[in-house]
Ligand binder design. Structure first.
Ligand SMILES: [Zn+2]
Length: 453
């Protein structure tokens, strides 16, 4: 028997899509392969227009941040458009992502495309459809280094942090250093500004929420809270819901790929099929597959950047083919974004554990309000945590017990109580990580792994 090891399977062919969707995918692939310099080396693997577009995509490589840096922004501009001319005409800007130095990418920023992708994401949530018009007032609580007005010494006035319909609530990137008066000011400004939408880093808003509850401050609840920039922890969500009456929805995307998934009012994450295609690469069964895996994003109709099978570095969990109560079924549906590949840890036996699995296990520990789990060796794990309203010793005991259940009897788990946990630059919490990075390529089911060349 001859086994063709080169057949790569695609999850996408079993999903449901609107009629024009496959055509848009085909256009994105053709534009990349035939009109965009960076994809020249991919052409020889194209199965051609007689194959289904999902098979064509599955036969191609994955696009990494390393590729984006190698070819530079001009390498991904289709049809010979010139970045210098676009910049001179004021049509586009160049924006560097705020990753670590080795991770930074310069992106061509074309605002109309970004706005269209954001507006498409709002259609997937009933509350967002009502509250977000594109003209609505919006308060933003995130690291000012991601968006806003950074000022790490001294304070800025409300006017200095307001731009049109947007109010940036914090000029500081480290919530562990926020003072009582700064958080009082944020709650007060929310009451005065009365935004329709509050967009926030979940860890930042959780810090403010604990303060509001602790001080029994009067609170203004906007029509919708959208969580973005980070993966919300079960703990963060609970703290936010204790302070605000607003519905909460998680929005998932990236500077490179735009808006990719949006949480509906029933709590599931739906693919923004108007803006992008998503290929799902399941992990091998011993690592949580086929329901857990990685994603590659192909964007539609950005005249200034052709992005095909871009590896966002995230790990997601599929819906298990159960229909969402909201009735949407187009594209991929997720029960959760499980964190980034950089947040993966391994059991002593070498099985992958996602940040989401760690978070779910720690979610019910009484008195635990913040944590960071660090794998320091093949069998060694250290949990740094913040406790409130419970003895740190009791919190440590219960937390270590649930972590032992996750990592198994061979794991050596230690815990240390802290006053606060600071985010990593530029202002994102890492709930779990390993000192020795996990090779996320080695976790994939071979049949779906992208071609390497
Ligand atoms: Zn839904």
């Amino acid at each position: 028997m001859i086994i063709d090891m080169d057949i790569r399977h695609s999850f996408a062919s079993t999903s449901s899509y609107a009629q024009h969707y496959a055509r848009r995918c085909g256009r994105a692939v053709d534009e990349a392969l035939h009109s965009t310099q960076a994809y020249q080396a991919w052409r020889k693997f194209d199965a051609g227009p007689r194959s289904s577009v999902f098979s064509r995509l599955a036969a191609l490589s994955a696009l990494t941040k390393h590729d984006l840096r190698t070819h530079g922004p001009q390498g991904f501009v289709p049809h010979g458009r010139d970045i210098a001319e676009g910049l001179a005409a004021g049509e586009i800007e160049l924006v560097a992502t705020s990753g670590t130095t080795g991770d930074q990418v310069t992106n061509v920023w074309y605002q109309p495309w970004w706005n269209a992708s954001e507006a498409a994401s709002w259609q997937l949530n009933a509350h967002a459809r009502g509250a977000a018009t594109g003209e609505h007032r919006e308060a933003i609580l995130t690291s000012p280094w991601c968006t806003g007005f950074p000022c790490e010494d001294g304070l800025l006035t409300m006017e200095q942090r307001t731009m049109g319909r947007f109010l940036y609530l914090s000029e500081r990137s480290d919530p562990s250093c926020w003072t009582i008066s700064m958080m009082d000011r944020m709650a007060d400004e929310l009451r005065r500004f009365r935004p329709a939408v509050l967009e926030a880093n979940p860890s930042f808003l959780a810090r403010l929420s604990r303060h509001i509850v602790h001080r029994q401050l009067p609170v203004y609840s906007p029509a919708l809270i959208i969580l973005t920039y980070e993966n919300p922890s079960v703990l963060h969500l609970r703290q936010i819901r204790r302070a605000f009456e607003s519905p909460v929805a998680s929005s998932y995307g990236s500077t490179e790929a735009g808006y990719v998934f949006m949480e509906c009012q029933a709590g599931w994450m739906h693919q923004v099929t108007e803006a992008c295609h998503v290929d799902f690469l399941p992990f091998a069964p011993e690592h949580g597959g086929p329901e857990v895996g990685r994603i590659l994003v192909t964007t539609f109709d950005n005249p200034w950047r052709s992005l095909v099978r871009f590896d966002t570095g995230d790990v997601v969990r599929l819906d298990g083919r159960k229909p969402c109560p909201c009735g949407r079924h187009a594209g991929l549906t997720l029960t959760s974004v499980e964190g980034r590949t950089a947040n993966l840890t391994l059991t002593p036996e070498g099985r992958a554990v996602t940040q989401g699995a760690v978070d779910l296990a720690l979610g019910d520990v009484t008195g635990l309000v913040e944590y960071q789990l660090l794998q320091t060796g093949p069998t060694a794990y250290n949990l740094r945590f913040v406790a409130e309203g419970a003895s740190p010793r009791l919190v440590a005991g219960e937390a270590c017990e649930v972590m032992q259940a996750v990592y198994g009897p061979a794991a050596v788990i230690t815990a240390a109580a802290l006053e606060a946990i600071a985010p990593d630059p530029p202002g994102k919490y890492r709930l779990a990580k390993s000192l020795a990075p996990v090779n996320a390529d080695a976790l994939l089911d071979d049949r779906f792994a992208p071609r390497m060349y």
